[in-house]
Design a protein around this ligand. Structure first.
Ligand code: FES
Ligand SMILES: [Fe+2]
Length: 466
């Protein structure tokens, strides 16, 4: 990123991106959490023209299944057609703007608008209006022109991503060097992932970026906000004061295109791994006795088919346990030791959906590999809900802070003079033999990857579209 880049857009109050994101000093004006115009600009540049997670294909397994999902503040219909293809269409009737699919999910061979009865196929094509002989759609536009607006879609490990930008980078290009790390989590078995139930949603009074910038890789808050994780023994501590020496704070933080992954040695995070002397175990042993989060031992042979040796080694020794996809997705792959000694994984993806400058919706999907035994799926779901569900122990902590930050940005003095600071810097340093790409920051988790999130924000916002 060339720090000399100048903002090509400004807000009606005359402020430019350079006034709000001070790249020389690594500060961001608190006003970014409050500004209505900036918010509208984000809806276009980030949520309109960027890639958005809408769900997982296992949520709509059969022909004509659909779910209604947010893409920024637009609602879209995510539907599977009779050939098995998935389509994403704007849930707005081209006739007079009514919402077409009223529910949140269902199965329908045609989506009929309740207002005047125009009907659309699962792929968004216009079927017709009632009283065909009267041609109630008029003669000015052809039927082909009267379909629902169609988004561009890509599936990644079954995750459904979509954008209105039909000419921009592909999703894989968008991931860039982050793909090496993310493939270990979502593209590693023959039959892939499936969701464990419907997504959980909770409404929060905060600007979406309060959560977004945290998903840029804020490891540091674990020590204070999630201190109980260490006090309760879920994470290791080597000191009398739990915040003194938490080995889980040391790892490899990776950033690419604003996405990030925190690769943390498992014996640093979990007592169970230390007790088992994991660092002395063979790769084979580790794979079976301390299987990576979400991998049941029966699935271990499949890892070999889908991942490189380098990826497998990283996955068992220092997996990406937490990370994000820019701008609003956060993932967690947490080891979950069971009372009987078995080690399961809690797997979750969150997105934060914008609902105005001071309101957001926090979504959570829980995942398992499709071929995990049913009984294990049950345990994994319970575990994921307890830890990372919206009422889970971890996420309740985070959602305590965001409304306060949003509120602070509304005050005159707060938005005028206060800044968010990202000045604790490790700097790039790639350990010898490190197999992955991207910007690599080794050591105590500092502000590096979160600042990269803001650099990605600057780059994505500093564009104009027609
Ligand atoms: S608004 Fe949908 S048919 Fe008229
Ligand atoms: Fe957190």
């Amino acid at each position: 990123m060339d720090i000399a880049t100048k903002s090509i857009r400004s807000l009606p109050n005359g402020k430019t991106l350079d006034d709000l994101i001070m790249r020389e000093t690594r500060e961001v004006s608190l006003a970014v959490m409050n500004d209505e115009e900036l918010y509208q600009w984000e809806l276009e540049n980030l949520f309109g023209m960027g890639w958005n997670l809408l769900g997982h294909e296992s949520e709509i397994p059969d022909a004509n299944d659909y779910v209604v999902r947010p893409m920024g503040e637009d609602l879209v219909i995510v539907a599977r057609d009779r050939q098995g293809q998935i389509h994403v269409s704007l849930n707005v009737c081209p006739h007079r703007g009514m919402r077409v699919a009223l529910g949140e999910e269902g199965n329908a061979p045609a989506h009929k608008c309740i207002y005047h009865g125009w009907a659309f196929r699962p792929n968004g094509d216009f079927i017709g209006a009632p009283v065909e002989k009267e041609q109630m759609h008029g003669g000015l536009c052809s039927k082909a022109e009267l379909g629902l607006k169609k988004a561009r879609i890509e599936l990644y490990g079954g995750l459904i991503f979509a954008t209105w930008n039909h000419d921009g980078p592909s999703f894989e290009e968008y991931l860039g060097d982050a793909k090496f790390y993310f493939d270990m989590l979502w593209k590693r078995t023959d039959n892939g992932l499936e969701v464990l139930g419907a997504p959980q949603k909770v409404s929060i009074d905060c600007n979406w970026k309060c959560s977004g910038e945290q998903s840029g890789g804020d490891g540091f808050h674990t020590l204070s906000l999630h201190r109980w994780l260490i006090e309760a023994g879920l994470f290791r501590s080597d000191g009398d004061d739990p915040t003194d020496l938490a080995p889980a704070m040391y790892g490899i933080n990776v950033s690419a295109n604003g996405h990030n992954a925190r690769c943390i040695p498992i014996e640093g995070t979990f007592d169970i791994a230390k007790k088992m002397d994991a660092s002395k175990m063979s790769l084979e042993d580790r794979l079976y006795k301390l299987a990576p989060p979400g991998i049941h031992k029966e699935l271990v042979p499949q890892l070999q088919k889908h991942l490189s040796q380098e990826q497998i080694e990283l996955l068992v020794k220092s997996p990406p346990q937490v990370g994000g996809i820019f701008p609003n997705l956060n993932f967690l792959f947490v080891y979950a030791p069971q009372p009987d000694g078995e080690v399961l994984g809690a797997m979750a993806i969150h997105i934060i959906v914008p609902k105005g400058p001071h309101r957001s919706e926090f979504w959570t999907w829980m995942f398992t590999e499709k071929d995990t035994p049913e009984e294990t799926k049950e345990k994994m779901l319970r575990n994921a809900v307890q830890q990372v569900g919206t009422s889970g122990l971890i996420e309740q902590d985070d959602t305590d802070t965001w409304p306060h930050i949003s509120l602070a940005s509304r005050g005159y003095k707060g938005r005028k003079d206060m800044t968010l600071k990202y000045q604790a810097i490790l700097g790039e340093s790639k350990p010898e033999g490190w197999p992955g790409g991207g910007k690599v920051f080794a050591g105590f988790s500092k502000d590096d990857t979160q600042w990269e999130w803001w650099e990605a924000y600057y780059a994505a916002m500093n564009k104009t579209y027609d």
